[in-house]
Design a protein around this ligand. Sequence first.
Ligand code: SF4
Length: 373
Amino acid sequence: MLKTTFPHMGTLYIPMKSLLSTLGLEPVAPPPTSQRTIAIGTKLAPEFACLPLKVNLGNYVEAIADGAELIMMAGGVGPCRFGYYSQVQREALAEAGYRAELITLEAPNADLRELLRAIKKYIPRHNLSALFQALHMFWKKAEAIDVFDRLANRIRAKEQAPGSASLIQNRFYRAIDNAATLNDIKAVLDTGIQELQAIPIDQERKPLKVMLLGEIYMVLEPKVNFQIERLLGEMGVEVIRSIYLSQWIREHFFQNPITGKSRTHLLQLARPYLESHVGGHGLESVAHTIEAGVNRLDGVVQVAPFTCMPEIIAMQVIPAISTHFSIPALHLIIDEHSGEAGIKTRIEAFIDLLNHRKSKRQSKREPVLTGGS
Ligand code: SF4
């Protein structure tokens, strides 16, 4: 069986392992991303490449050391560097002497035959029904993870013992990774939801609500965003994530990534501030900031890799939205030199500010008590 790997992006490894094994390949998930991974990728990549490209390269090298012979990487379209990612990575690996083959999976515009043609020569089970079955499992696992994560973010902000939801989440990820059938996925999800709902929570607590948005890789990969979702949650903040894995899969593999339905909706929402697609998730960052303002959330946190053009454009627009809707925004630009302590300090200061604003608003709304006789 051909040993096949892929880059990490949050929990993507779980549905990817299932997809590859259902197609008759042997999945080799890279070891979890670490400082070593980032150092390897940084050494091989061009200096000004985006951080995700560098981390991906480190993932490949570590997976090759574990025996991977084939690498699968998503392709991209639009005005940002993602479209060149796989070509740059292929050349960087070849220059460093790595022989593993890298194939690019382009968005098939909802035509599965297109995807099949791209991977046919590599996969043993290369017929449409096998591909459909593999994609179905892939999709169901991604969807289950997202349902679970949404609930975990709500519960985490109110849990009495910090860390309870994260403990169950880790167990859930392991179980969904081991689920072999659609029934198993459903059973694992049902159990996970029951366990989350059984966590003792503080019913009285009204947590801050913060939208987490930005470049998709930075939003979804906890090893590069310093576990921001858990960090905020365990500070008593409910995180509303702007993008989920299943959503990205749907947009990337089953819709045209530029003209898809959800993109049209976001384009309309962002139009007063940004009129065109600027690549990556720049447009989404603008649209979701507006959404957060309209829904009266307490704040917005934008995470972006250093030199990410789409997020830099969004960053120029967000302050105007922030003023218009009176919603504070924190911009975190991360690269391979960023340190956890610095990021954590900025987040804590931001949350202090939001708490202060909230208590000021509440004290204005509270009726003035006059003394009785
Ligand atoms: S969205 Fe940003 S980080 Fe991602 S490839 Fe494009 S420029 Fe690089």
